[in-house]
Ligand binder design. Structure first.
Ligand SMILES: N[C@@H](CCC(=O)N[C@@H](CS)C(=O)NCC(=O)O)C(=O)O
Length: 217
């Protein structure tokens, strides 16, 4: 039996689930998935069976439960895949700062541009002055990381790290809302979209039947 189980929400909508799932895939881990469709009358009760916080994702590793997407990424890196953080201590500190910033911030984008990985497109929707300011910050992070740390590959710190897992749902939003990207941001977004794990996630999202009229998950 598989030892690791990741409990997630709908692949189309659950941006937090995508972060943990992608980090685990990129770590090369084998794990079982429990998918709990969000926004149904039984969702809360079902999630509570697994998750102390009542939210997904939650990782179950034997007797241990780890919740909060960033804590799951930290645990996976600590326990199974040190390479999910940059090897250099200063770069690791910056990668952690950015990951925490994404985890706790960008509320305007989250609110106005919910993730919707299917082939739905809403060009220009959700853009507000608050979102624009957050996009500027995201582009500045991407530019700086690619210039300073990105030489060893096409991810923000060269090779794939937790930071890329944190930004993957942002890339999804940029596709859905057709956010204009300069060439360096586009190259990075394209590299995320080309990851086989991302393609697997999107294909699964496309095959889901649930459709939410209002969603912000
Ligand atoms: N900060 C949490 C956010 C988790 C979260 O909000 N999960 C949503 C789905 S993406 C959820 O479980 N919603 C179900 C509910 O609130 O009933 C994390 O990083 O994991």
């Amino acid at each position: 039996m598989t030892k690791l189980t990741l409990v997630i929400g709908n692949k189309n909508y659950s941006s937090w689930s995508l972060r943990a799932w992608l980090a685990m895939k990129q770590a090369g881990l084998e794990f079982a998935e429990v998918r709990i469709p969000l926004d149904s009358p039984t969702t809360h009760e079902e999630i509570r069976r697994y998750s102390p916080s009542g939210k997904v994702p939650v990782l179950i590793d034997g007797d241990l439960k780890v919740w909060e997407s960033l804590a799951i990424c930290e645990y996976v890196a600590d326990r199974y895949a040190h390479h999910l953080w940059p090897a250099d201590v200063a770069q690791r500190a910056i990668a952690r700062s950015i990951s925490a910033e994404v985890h706790g911030g960008f509320q305007n984008m989250r609110q106005n541009m919910p993730m919707d990985c299917r082939r739905h497109r809403y060009p220009g929707a959700g853009m507000t002055p608050g979102v624009e300011a957050e996009l500027d910050r995201i582009f500045a992070i991407w530019r700086e990381c690619r210039e300073k740390f990105g030489t060893g590959g096409d991810m923000l710190f060269g090779k794939f790290t937790v930071v890329d897992a944190m930004f993957a749902p942002v890339v999804m939003r940029f596709v859905t809302y057709d956010v204009k990207l300069d060439s360096s941001a586009k190259d990075y977004a394209d590299a995320i979209l080309a990851l086989p794990a991302i393609q697997e996630w999107v294909a699964a999202a496309c095959s889901e039947s649930e459709s939410f009229a209002h969603f912000n998950v």
